[in-house]
Design a protein around this ligand. Structure first.
Ligand SMILES: C[S@@+](CC[C@H](N)C(=O)[O-])C[C@H]1O[C@@H](n2cnc3c(N)ncnc32)[C@H](O)[C@@H]1O
Length: 249
């Protein structure tokens, strides 16, 4: 009886060899690719961009009204609005006041500045600006909160060109179209005006975010008409980095 192992058909050998090599390559790629790059979210459309891998739009927003509805679901929640306007109010106004005082010390904001807070919800940022003496300040949000916050979508700000000296926002992560968010800031800032963003680079922001940012690189690329002034660590309600741009004159 022949007990030797049967020989593989001639054609099967190269196939098995290439399968084996492919598995090795795949295993190598899996160990060298960071986990956050393996999610199903997509990078932003090119928009003249070459290095935008560090900014990813979250999947699931199949149309704009779905995105707006999702934002409104939280912002219009009556119980939350009550908490934001009472229990949370003083603490947030105090912390924002400290941030804005720090901008004043660095010569980025003054009492004569015309200031805008983008995505200001019930208006604690605006209350803080006014408390420290920046009287000409206003906020925008999808939901108005008079008299501090007027209704406005940050993808299409309701203001003339070159209106503001300072624009502040801690909601960049809520932008479905980050290039429009930044384009509108650069349109409504006067030449020489300053934009201050608080963003999260080290951990993912909340479940209402529409994008995830992994470095300041994409911001530098999006702020085409501005120059980067400063990047600094902050502790701002879950956001860890302050990025300052100045629009070129
Ligand atoms: C995380 S909250 C931040 C609120 C406020 N800046 C604060 O720190 O308390 C995000 C805010 O962005 C607003 N928002 C989301 N998408 C927006 C859009 N397209 N235009 C204007 N506001 C928007 C939401 O309504 C919500 O009030």
């Amino acid at each position: 009886m022949d007990t030797s192992i049967p020989k593989l058909p001639l054609l099967l050998k190269p196939f098995l060899l290439s399968l084996f090599l492919s598995l090795i390559v795949l295993a190598f790629l899996a160990t060298t690719t960071p986990l956050h790059r393996m999610t199903s979210s997509k990078t932003i459309p090119p928009h003249n961009s070459t290095t935008n891998k560090d900014l990813r739009i979250r999947p699931g927003y199949t149309n704009y009204s779905l995105y707006v509805q999702r934002q409104l679901n939280k912002t219009l929640n009556p119980k939350l609005r009550q908490i934001w306007k009472t229990r949370d109010w003083d603490r947030k106004v105090r912390v924002f006041s400290e941030f804005f005082e720090s901008l004043k010390r660095r010569g980025l904001l003054s009492n004569t500045s015309r200031a805008l807070s983008i995505g200001a919800r019930v208006g604690q940022e605006v209350a803080a600006l006014r408390r420290i003496g920046v009287a000409d300040s206003i906020g925008i949000d999808l939901v108005p909160s008079p008299p501090l916050v007027v209704k406005g979508d940050f993808h299409a700000q309701p203001f003339e060109n070159a209106t503001f000296d300072l624009e502040f926002s801690n909601v960049f992560d809520h932008a479905l179209y980050p290039w429009k968010f930044v384009g509108e800031i650069e349109r409504t800032l006067r030449p020489g005006g300053v934009c201050v963003l608080h963003v999260s680079l080290s951990r993912r922001a909340d479940k209402y975010s529409a994008n995830d940012l992994y470095s300041v690189g994409p911001l530098i690329e999006l702020f085409k008409e501005s120059k980067l002034v400063e990047v600094k660590k902050v502790d701002g309600f879950g956001l860890d980095t302050e990025v300052v741009f100045r629009k070129r004159k």
